[in-house]
Structure formats: C-alpha cells, structure tokens
Write a protein that binds this ligand. Structure first.
Ligand code: MOS
Length: 758
C-alpha cells in the first residue's frame, strides 16, 4: 500500500530566501549585552515580597519539626508557608492526568522523597530576610537510609521510556546473530547524572489580581505552562498570563511546570502581594529535573567483512520513587546502524532522587555515547578504520522501523567532515601519534543523530494598509535565537523585508507556538508562521486577482507571487501591484491570517525523519599525567533547510561543547550516605571553559527534505552532543590505547590504567 503524501499548506506565493537563509545577528543581542533584556527575575512589581525555599537536607523520611517561631521572629520575615497554611490547589500534586503531567512537591504532606525537596517557603520583605528566615527553620527529620546509585533497589522493566515509548523493541534474532558472528564485542558503558545548569535558574514573579494570575517566568512552552497552571489552580486559561520573552537557557528543565514555580504562585496567594522566587544554584539539584545515570551493555556481532550480524543495546537507569520518567538511552540504536538483528531493552530502578527529566538530547546523548564507543570497539576488533566501519554498516532505511528516511545526507557529512579534518592520515593502531611536546595524539569519530520532530503550533499574521506586517506567536527564545530565526520566516511569509515586520513573541496571550524543545521549535512555530503569512497573501491575492482594476486581474491565486511588498503575476512579472494599493482600493485597514503548524501524519507514517551528522575530534593526552585536552573538533551536520546559518552554527557549537563536557567534565557526584549531590554548584560541577575547547568548526551540509515539513527544516539544537561524546572518547582511546567505558573520562582512568604506561 502506498500512502498519499500531501504537502501541508505549500503556499505557491511565498518566495524563500530574501530573509531566510541570511546569517542575521540576534535581534536581542544588543539588549542582552547591555543588560536591557528583562529576564523573569528582573521584574519588581510594586509591593513585591521575596520568597525563599527551605529544602530538605535528607533524601528520605519525614519532616518532624520546623522552628516557625524563630523564623517568624525575624523582623524582615512576613510569613512562613508550610503544609499547615498553604492555600489549596485544585489538583492533587501527586495526580497524573496525562503521561506528560509530572508530579511535583507543593507542601502536600510531610514526606521527603529526595534531597533538596522544598519543605517550606519563607516570605520576607527582602531577599536577605527571607534567606535568613529559611535558615532559622532548622528542620528536624525522621530519616531513613537514602537509596542512591544504579543498584540500590530492585530493578524492573518500565512500562514506557521517554514517557510513552515502548521499553523493548526487536527485529530479527539477536542471539542467532551473535552466534553467527566471527567477531564479537561485549562492552558495558556508564554515563553519569547531569543537571540542567542553565545560566538563569528557575525563577518566578507572580501577581494575583482577584482570580487572575500574572506571571513572569522562563518557560520553554508558554501555552503548556499556562494550561498546566490553570489546571493546578482551577483557573480559566484566559486568566493566566505568562510573560517569558527571554530564557537564560532551558535544556528541557524549563519545559515542564516544576514544584518551586507552583510554590511561588502559592506564596503570592498566601500573602496577597506579588512574590518573587528564584532558585539558588544548589536548589536546582533536585526539584527541577536532571539527566539520570545509565549503565549500558552493548553486544555486537560482526561477520568476516565487518558487517553487523547482531546489535543488542541494553540500558539500565534510575527514576524517582514517585514518578515515571525513564531515560530512553537504548533508543539510539534504532536509528544509526543496519543489522539483521537489533534489540533495544531498558531496565530501571526507583531511588531517592527528584524525578529525572528531558535534558538536551535526552536518550540520544547517553545512548549514543555508549553506542559510538561500542561501534569503535567493533571496528578495532575487525581491524577496520572506524569511519569505514560506520560506512560499511550504514543504514539505508531506519533499522528498527524499516521505514525509508525522509532524507539522509549522512554520507556527505562523513565525507566532508573527514576531508576537512584530514582523517585519511589517521593510523589504524592506537598510540601512534605524538606532537612536538611529546603528548599522545588521537583522532576519533562519532556519528550524530537526532529525530526531526514537529509539534503543534499556531500563529497570526497581519498585513497593514501602510504595507508593514505583524506576526505573532507565543514562541520562547531560550538563547538559541528563535526570536531571530522566526522573525526571518515571518518576513518571508509576508513577502516583506525583516525591518517591515513586527514580530511579537514571548507572551501567553499570543497564539500557542508549542514547546521550544525536541529541537523542533523553528520547524514547528516556523510552519505555523509560514501558514499564517500564506493565509494573508492568499486573501490579498484574491482581492487583487478578482478586481478588474488590478493589473493582476485574472491571474488566479496560484498565479501570483509575493515579494518586496508587492504581488507579481508569475508568468509576467512586469505586472504587479503593491500591498498598500490593493488594501487601499479594497478599503481595508488590514488583512489578518491564521496558520497552524503540525506534522503531516501520512508523511510521518511513511518516513523516518532525523537530522544526521558526523563529528571528528583530536585530543592530546599527557603521557605522564593522563590529562586530556581536546585540540580540534570538526562537525558536519545535515539538518534540512538552514534558516540562519550563524545561529545554526552556534547551536552546533553549543551542542559539541556540551559533548566535550559530557565526555570529559560533567557529572553529579552523590554522597551515598546522605543522598545529596556533593558538587551542587558551578565550581565543583565541571563544565568546559574556553581553554578546554580551543577549536570548533561546524560544517553545514546541504540537504533538501521534502517531507519533514513545508519549510524543510530539521532540528539543530540537540544533535551536536550526540556525535561529539563518542568522537572525543574514541580519540582518547586512539591516543592512549586505553578504552575508558566510564564517562566522563578522568585523569585517574588514564594515569592509573594498567595499559597506560605501556
Ligand atoms: Mo529539550 S531536552 O527537548 O528542551
């Protein structure tokens, strides 16, 4: 059966390329570097008070005592909110209305389920007073031993991973494939817990006006947060107003409504005044999500020619005792390499932590770290160049689903990246290269992949009589440049220059732009904008082509194109008319259009849609100390149509640098006695600084995807991490001959590796 693929709202009127495709700088750049950009916590409504969380220092048990008298005796403390006086909610915080509505803590009982869980809120006239008041609470607990790490409780097969995906998937017979193999690899990799350390912590300024709620809060999904707040507080959706023009990073953590944000709103309710609540850096380690640790076993079989006969990817991870997010790490093996037999399986256990959450490239980042390492081991087991091995096992169709790819320019990414990097000079054996200073030099490659998603969004476009335009959607710019890229699409959708179009975003009063997540924001909101502008131009064309007085009379809707504020006859561009003239003659002040963005279900059913890429890394390792430096990174990525190459490169750089962080720096260390994160700050939670990443290049590989969405846009935000972790780790092996399977790779893994001195 062949499915019929209908292109979604492919407007013939829109000329692409005058704005889209240009490397414009960020529209918010000057606001940001001058400090004029107003982030949520920069708002100070009249009469505002400050709320500070008191959080638990134990990971499991109950709160038995809070010294409320001491806190209230502080001259600057206005009120202390506990479960005794916390205003009611319309929804039980422990209710699960959909798989996507996360449970949260809002002082509903005295239980402690993880360290850093909010146990009270102190409201003061100053931040200092509230902070001191919170310290004066001096909580006492009835503590139970904390269960931490991957092995402290019994494991189970989760009902779903990534909230709704099947935990186990199989094609072919893995055991048979392994038995038939000439060469095998059986390798176990570990990845650490990581926390979303956005520069801007979670913050809220909440103001109640009767039953209406006005909020400044960073959120990756304005309409989602608005609906969730309405549900939690029993309000009409239109009574919840959220402003979220700028986010200082989100990484997934600001994609769902968290407990502390609900507490900020409750605090404002309790005191009847506007309240600001900002999480301290250390309070980010618990109630607002994290990337959970994994242990992944990869079993690979290869035939005599280096072709995979079997691939089993098993991932063990942890989740909280009270909710169900399970990191889909093994899903990385659904996409990349062809094998007659593939199995992906997951296992989880419940421990005393805050619920894990989506974190930039959830699943793919941890999963591809293990898969790319194991693939490198398989290449070496076959004594094949690791790039050649990847090409030998190139998946022509998506392995698990068997679907063709909507487009896949991965071969081009491999070829361009390798050429640019100089890969052909790489010796096969490890430990063959040294630089002038005697450092061991290694080169590694990793394949990058991320799904090309499209969610649902709406937009509104208006063309005014003076020939200028207005486009609105509630999009959030979390630093990635959405406000700029979407404005480019907005201008193109109306056939105007970017300076002639006002682009409004960042408020929940505007049409729902969907979520800025899943690397799908430009594709999703952009498709809605494209459709809204197209709707305006269709209406305008109708006015002109039906009017005998217009030079476009009789051209028909499909017979005109919009450019530079004019409509042109397609077959005779000497005949044209300005927007302003068409509107004036029709006696209209403006024309309004609406648009929606969504995936074409038929196309999604017929095709596998992914961004692809290849990352090449050079590392230098001190042979005596084991210190690793990444000296060069080259990534080549194919992600459909590029709206703004400057911003897209910047997204790849960000992802690749996070990949370096993943491979060499980042990990949360849990004290197994207390269940607390020991390095809950930016001094001890290591991330790369400039000196850690001297040279990063991102090559944009052209790709035309006719099915992914009408604009041909795929995502760029998350893919950069996925190839880079493997590339760096594999380069460390190539430099040293030591295969470190515990990520991040640390000095002691190398300096103390038995093989190292050899
Ligand atoms: Mo991202 S983890 O989809 O915000």
């Amino acid at each position: 059966m062949t499915l019929e693929i209908t292109p979604i709202h492919a407007s013939p009127h829109i000329r692409h390329g005058s704005n889209a495709g240009q490397p414009l700088t960020r529209r918010d750049g000057i606001l940001k570097v001058t400090g004029a950009a107003r982030y949520a916590a920069d708002n100070n409504p009249a009469g505002m008070l400050y709320a500070v969380l008191a959080v638990s220092s134990i990971a499991r048990g109950r709160v038995t005592y809070l010294d409320l008298d001491a806190a209230k005796a502080h001259p600057g403390v206005v009120e202390v909110m506990t479960r005794a006086n916390r205003p009611p909610l319309a929804l039980d915080p422990d209710a699960k209305t959909t798989p996507f509505s996360f449970r949260f803590e809002a002082l509903q009982n005295d239980l402690v389920r993880y360290a850093n869980q909010p146990i009270a809120v102190v409201i003061g006239s100053t931040l200092e007073a509230a902070t001191e008041g919170a310290a004066l609470l001096a909580p006492r607990y009835e503590a139970e031993p904390a269960r931490t790490g991957l092995d402290s409780t019994e494991s189970f097969v989760p009902a779903a991973v990534r909230l709704i995906s099947p935990p186990e998937e199989r094609v072919g017979d893995v055991e048979k494939g392994l038995a038939a193999a000439i060469t095998q690899v059986d390798a176990t990799y570990e990845t650490p817990a990581q926390y979303h350390n956005a520069m801007e912590p979670h913050a809220i300024v909440a103001t109640w006006e009767g039953d209406a709620l006005s909020i400044d809060m960073p959120t990756q999904g304005l309409a989602l947060s608005q609906a969730r707040i309405a549900e939690i507080f029993g309000l009409a959706i239109e009574n919840v107003h959220i402003r979220s023009p700028f986010l200082g990073g989100g990484f997934g953590s600001k994609g769902v409504m968290s407990g502390p944000m609900v507490l900020g709103i409750l605090a404002a309710r309790l005191v009847g005044k506007p309240v600001k609540l900002v999480l301290r850096r250390d309070q980010m380690y618990g109630p607002v999500g994290h990337r959970p640790p994994t242990r992944q076993r990869l079993r690979l079989g290869m035939d005599g020619e280096g072709r995979l006969t079997a691939l089993h990817h098993h991932a063990k991870t942890v989740t909280s005792t009270f909710d169900d997010f399970v990191e889909p790490a093994a899903e990385a093996s659904h996409v990349l390499y062809a094998s007659p037999a593939i199995a992906t399986t997951h296992e989880a256990s419940r421990i005393d932590i805050g619920t894990p959450l989506f974190m930039r490239a959830p699943g793919e980042a941890s999963g591809s770290a293990a898969l790319e390492g194991a693939i490198d081991e398989a290449a070496w087991a076959c004594r094949m160049d690791p790039l050649e091995f990847r090409l030998r096992n190139y998946a022509e169709v998506e392995p698990i689903s068997g679907k063709p790819f909507s487009s896949k320019a991965l071969r081009e990414c491999y070829a361009e990246g390798a050429r640019h990097f100089g890969w052909s000079a790489r010796p096969l054996e490890p430990r063959q290269m040294r630089d002038d200073a005697g450092f061991l030099v290694g080169w590694g490659v990793g394949t990058a992949t991320f799904p090309a998603l499209v969610f649902q969004a709406k937009a509104r476009a208006v063309l005014k009589r003076d020939g200028t335009g207005l486009v609105e959607t509630s999009a959030a710019d979390m630093g990635q440049g959405a406000w700029t890229a979407l404005a480019q699409l907005a201008a193109d959708s109306l056939g105007l220059d970017i300076d002639e179009v006002e682009f409004r975003a960042g408020s929940s009063d505007l049409p729902d732009a969907g979520i800025a997540g899943g690397s799908a924001h430009t594709a999703t909101a952009g498709t809605a904008i494209h459709a809204a502008g197209g709707d305006v131009i269709s209406r305008l064309a109708e006015l002109a082509t039906r009017d005998e007085r217009s030079p476009l009379f009789g051209a028909g809707n499909a017979g005109v194109l919009a450019r530079g504020g004019r409509l042109f006859r397609r077959d005779d561009e000497s005949r044209s008319e300005s927007y302003a003239d068409i509107l004036a003659r029709a006696g209209l002040a403006d024309i309004e259009g609406r648009g929606e963005g969504a995936r074409d279900p038929n196309a999604a059913e017929a095709y596998a849609m992914h961004s692809h890429g290849a990352v090449f890394a050079e590392v230098k390792v001190d042979p005596d100390l084991g210190q690793v430096r990444v000296t060069r990174l080259v990534g080549a990525f194919a992600a459909g149509r590029v709206i703004n190459p400057r911003l897209v490169r910047s997204q790849y750089y960000g992802g690749m640098i996070w990949g370096v962080s993943f491979a060499l720096h980042e990990r949360a260390i849990v004290d197994h006695r207390s269940g607390r994160v020991l390095n809950a700050d930016l001094a001890e939670y290591h991330i790369p600084v400039n000196a850690d990443v001297p040279s990063v290049e991102a090559l944009l590989i052209e790709e035309d995807d006719p099915y992914v969405n009408p604009l041909g846009i795929k995502g760029v935000g998350e893919i950069g991490i996925t190839g880079t972790v493997g590339a760096v780790a594999n380069a460390v092996w190539h430099a040293t001959g030591v295969r470190v399977r515990s990520i991040p790779i640390r000095i002691e893994d190398l300096a103390m590796g038995a093989e190292f001195a050899g």
